[in-house]
Design a protein around this ligand. Structure first.
Ligand SMILES: *Cc1c(COP(=O)(O)O)cnc(C)c1O
Length: 598
């Protein structure tokens, strides 16, 4: 048995019941039952399930953590949060998020004009909108208009030129000024892969000299009362709390200094995002717990306020990964086990076989539990020798085929003996014996961070969970790109089941894909997004809603600006009606594979 590290990354969101993986909520339906239901409606290929109840859970958790900390330390400031839209802007994610955040006045953070348009369209009125990133005059003008619509808008400036633009827009548009925030360039950078988001060499934020200049400029133009927030973001997926503590101290002192200088409406410190999500199935990587995180933020800011004699600041956070990651699960059908074609019945033995082939046959027949490992290694050596003999012209294609089949069935037999022992044994075995699982999906489209930054995602099968998985697995996607592979890694060994796909289906799920993956995903090889489904619970009943089918081939081509009318006309002119009709039908289907099991 193997629980695929669900106790490490699962956060009680899923539960293994008998042989199946189930949603640990309400009537606990199995993921497999949902897959069956969707596929009954003829949606093939990969599926992306979104779970709005998990978005809600994360929002509730975030607010209650800070609520607890505020009570514990009798903190006078308030807690506020915004969702950074860059983490997931898609409507079937965003609408449930906005609904779930209503009671908390959970707001949105925008980092581009398009995101700002989304925020001002859909944000609950009264919930904050913060605006980060580089801005031009148009973007700042849009922010002013958002304020006019009644939104609570804070423009966080990244440089002094943005302050000049704000003054220009104010003058020209005669609109009321939104709140202004200052993004700090801190000396204390974050840790982790994204450390360059904060820190003294960061792409973003104001140095201490620029902060003082900004203050002078605000004062001189008599808009110092608009300064309401200071902001930092030290990086994503923080696995340690230490860099945050340092950043809190540094920003706390800057806050106090600006207050003392006379920024009387400065009331908030925005601590950015960065709360971690556990992606590892092998070992916890996060070195803090969530309550500890919230307590440290509140405690540190309280101390500085006390030390400096200023009021305790309101706290804003912009954690996105933490809110979004767990809410989506990608499900991929296994199309093929590479070794399935190697079967004893495919042997083409002759009357006279080369001696090494006879030896392979003997290894296969004579193997027992004790000799399994040794015989398996011998067979791999023999195969290598036989392949050399083939290159030199000493054996023929039939011999070579026999050698390949025999080696594979020896490996399978050996593994069935080794099953009774522990995994350490299997892990030591050569990399040559992995089973390759071909999955109906594109890594580039659905797990871009695996391709781009080696991000690990928890993986597990939906069924067979009552059986011990015995095949060390490498995973292949269906793109024609050798990077479309998740290779076997003995340090993070993935074992899957030996299934006969002609008799049963087998699906793999990838977890924590709700943050960043949807929008970073690319259409390499022209594979578009998977079929998406929102899984909602009404009373005790589970329902699949808002099904968004994977894009049709013709629409993918249209999206990359081909003249699809011309494409169709070419087919129409060159083909008879029957074949034109057949192509029409194919053009209106998605580009994932549709073999059995797909
Ligand atoms: C990306 C970003 C965030 C979100 O970071 P997470 O690691 O997803 O929590 C928050 N604030 C700013 C300014 C960002 O750029």
């Amino acid at each position: 048995m193997n629980n695929y590290g669900i106790d490490i990354w699962g956060d009680d969101n899923f539960i293994i019941q008998k042989d199946k993986l189930c949603i640990n909520y309400k009537n606990k339906p199995s993921l497999y039952s949902l897959v069956k239901e969707i596929r009954k409606q003829d949606f093939k290929g990969p599926l992306l399930f979104r779970f709005p109840h998990l978005i809600e859970k994360q929002i509730n958790t975030l607010f209650s953590l800070f609520d607890n900390a505020i009570k514990e330390y009798d903190y006078k400031g308030s807690f506020n949060a915004v969702f950074p839209l860059k983490v997931n802007q898609l409507p079937n994610f965003l609408h449930p998020l906005i609904e779930a955040g209503k009671n908390y006045a959970y707001g949105l953070e925008a980092g581009s004009k398009a995101e700002l348009i989304l925020a001002m369209t859909y944000n609950n009125i009264g919930s904050p909108i913060t605006i980060n990133g580089f801005k031009d005059k148009e973007m700042i003008h849009i922010a002013f208009i958002a304020k006019k619509m009644g939104h609570d808008v804070t423009i966080t400036i990244e440089g002094l030129n943005e302050l000049e633009t704000i003054l220009a827009v104010k003058k020209e548009s005669k609109l009321e000024l939104p709140n202004i925030g200052l993004r700090l360039r801190l000396f204390n950078a974050g840790g982790g892969a994204w450390a360059k988001s904060g820190g003294i060499d960061s792409k973003f934020g104001l140095s201490s000299t620029e902060i003082l200049d900004a203050f002078d400029m605000l004062k001189k133009h008599d808009i110092i009362d608009a300064l309401s927030m200071i902001h930092f973001h030290i990086g994503s997926a923080l696995n340690s709390i230490q860099p945050l503590k340092k950043a809190l101290k540094e920003s706390g002192h800057i806050y106090a200094a600006l207050k003392k200088l006379g920024a009387k409406n400065l009331k908030a410190i925005n601590i950015g995002g960065g709360l971690n999500v556990e992606y590892s199935a092998y070992k916890r990587t996060t070195q803090y717990n969530l309550q500890e995180f919230a307590n440290d933020v509140v405690f540190t800011l309280k101390n500085i306020a006390k030390q400096k004699g200023v009021e305790e600041p309101n706290i804003f956070t912009e954690s996105g990964r933490f809110i979004a990651a767990s809410s989506s699960v990608l499900i991929t059908p296994v199309l093929e086990l590479f070794s399935a074609e190697y079967d004893k019945k495919n042997l083409r033995l002759k009357e006279q076989n080369p001696p090494l082939i006879i030896e392979l046959l003997e290894l296969y027949e004579d193997m027992n539990e004790k000799t399994a490992l040794e015989f398996m290694h011998d067979s791999i050596d023999h195969l290598e020798s036989l392949l050399k003999l083939f290159d030199l012209g000493y054996i023929d294609l039939e011999d070579r085929s026999n050698a390949e089949v025999l080696t594979q069935i020896i490996i399978k037999k050996a593994i069935s003996f080794l099953e009774i022992n522990d995994y350490e044994e299997l892990k030591r075995i050569d990399s040559k014996i992995q089973e390759k699982y071909l999955l109906n999906f594109s890594i580039f489209q659905s797990l871009p961070d695996f391709w781009g930054i080696d991000q690990e995602f928890p993986i597990m099968p939906l069924t067979h969970l009552d059986k011990k998985p015995t095949r060390s697995a490498s995973l292949w996607d269906i793109t024609c790109d050798s990077d479309g592979e998740i290779p076997f890694d003995a340090n993070k060994a993935l074992y899957l089941h030996n299934v006969d796909l002609s008799k049963e289906e087998y699906f793999l799920a990838f977890f924590n894909v709700g943050a960043y993956q949807d929008i970073l995903g690319m259409r390499h090889n022209l594979f578009s997004h998977p079929t998406e489904i929102n899984v909602v619970f009404k009373n005790e009943q589970v329902k699949c809603e808002k099904i968004l089918e994977s894009q049709k081939i013709i629409d993918i081509l249209e999206d990359i600006d081909y003249d699809t009318i011309k494409i169709k006309n070419i087919f129409k002119n060159k083909l008879d009606d029957t074949h034109y009709g057949i192509l029409q039908k194919y053009l209106n289907e998605n580009s994932y594979l549709k073999t059995t099991g797909s």
